[in-house]
Design a protein around this ligand. Structure first.
Ligand code: KG4
Ligand code: ZN
Length: 364
């Protein structure tokens, strides 16, 4: 069964064809990053317009690359939530029209559940294929880390998760993006900081870990304190620079930070950001007895997060290949297949929603 998956929740205009929920026949991602980078963040109005301009070409390319005409598609899936409303509506409406015109079954899916599903896709790179026998049986722990959400959950099925803990303020990806923005490192911040951190000393700066553990919500975490502490450090660099050259005019944030300091800041921030997640995750694994962790979302591409989780001897950690961590249509087509093959259908009247829906929040 070949499913067309369409994703347009944020700044990637993406479409893919996946066979039987597992084999990627094509995966086209047209990124809008250059259009938003000048603003250091996604501009919703620009995002919707670009999706509208690009969606036809992106879907056409995904069919061409899969060697299929629209007749070769057996079902259509699209992201309906969460995300930027105007952006979501473009992909969702295009997918509905495609399904209606071809009289195909249609399913609207949740973007975060799709991120969790990404590990189940067989990547084109054989080195990153999931182990023979596929994913371990349910239940397992899910670690969903993106630009808008950060969630630790118990996963009982591809469509059944219970939130055990979440960020109480900023998402982890958002913290990467904000730090990068203030330091002038570039947009989006995650990949830039990951790369900068390679040459930095993660122990150069000590940033505090938030102390949220009050007993009630033991797996919740927070990023706003870390973000603020790292951004405040910028002032110290400015003072240092002014003392060294009192007459020099400060041009921008980047000019205030020596490159060695930039690498050290990136590495120290990244280290702390990863430890915050790890602390809650390990605690959740110990308390629930669930020893397998499946990660997903843009931040799951982070090299330090992947390395630190791989070091945890008592955990088995499964990551999507890096190219399937960020937003893509393959994860939408993949999870879409699971719903459609079970007989689930969405009405063509279904709307989009900016928020996550139906995630049960459970505190043990
Ligand atoms: O899942 P995603 O592509 O979009 C959302 O659903 O939000 O995640 C985007 C987020 C951004 O905040 C980006 O900075 C972050 O993922 N990200 C990373 C890395 N690559 C992308 N964060 C840390 N390290 C990375 N290598
Ligand atoms: Zn995403």
């Amino acid at each position: 069964m070949k499913i067309l998956g369409i994703e347009s929740s944020c700044d990637e205009c993406a479409a893919a064809v996946v066979e039987d929920g597992r084999y990627i026949l094509s995966n086209v991602v047209a990124t809008q990053i250059p259009f938003h980078a000048i603003y250091n963040g996604v501009v919703p109005e620009i995002a919707s317009r670009k999706h509208t301009e690009w969606i036809y070409a992106v879907v056409k390319e995904s069919l061409d690359k899969a060697g299929l005409s629209p007749r070769g598609i057996d079902g259509v899936a699209a992201t309906a939530r969460p995300g930027l409303l105007g952006s979501l509506l473009v992909g969702l409406s295009f997918a509905k029209a495609f399904a209606w015109a071809r009289r195909l079954p249609f399913i609207a899916v949740d973007h975060m559940l799709a991120h969790l599903y990404a590990s189940q896709l067989a990547a084109e790179d054989p080195a990153s294929r999931i182990p023979e026998g596929g994913l371990p049986p349910y239940p397992f722990l899910g670690l969903l880390v993106s630009g808008g959400h950060s969630i630790i959950c118990r996963v009982d099925d591809f469509d059944d998760i219970s939130v055990l803990g979440a960020t109480i303020d900023d998402a982890v990806g958002e913290a990467f993006d904000k730090v990068s923005k203030h330091y002038g490192f570039g947009y989006p911040g995650g990949a830039v900081i990951d790369r900068l951190a390679e040459t930095g000393n993660p122990d150069a700066f000590r940033f505090p870990l938030p102390n949220l553990y009050k007993g009630d919500h033991p797996y919740d975490f927070s990023y706003s304190g870390l973000k603020t502490a790292v951004i405040n450090q910028l002032e110290q660099f400015r003072v240092k620079k002014t003392n060294a050259a009192p007459d020099a005019e400060s041009v921008d944030a980047k000019a205030d930070v020596e490159s060695a300091d930039a690498a050290d800041i990136a590495a120290s921030f990244q280290k702390t950001a990863v430890e915050i997640l790890l602390r809650s995750l390990v605690r959740a694994a110990e308390d629930t007895g669930l020893r397998t962790v499946v990660a997903g979302g843009g931040v799951a591409a982070n090299s330090r997060l992947r390395a630190r989780l791989a070091e945890q001897r008592r955990l088995r950690c499964i990551f999507p290949p890096p190219e399937l961590c960020g937003d893509n249509g393959a994860m939408i087509a993949g999870i879409g297949y699971r719903y459609l093959s079970r007989g689930d259908r969405s009405p063509l009247t279904i709307g989009a929603s900016a928020r996550v829906d139906g995630f049960k929040r459970k505190y043990p």
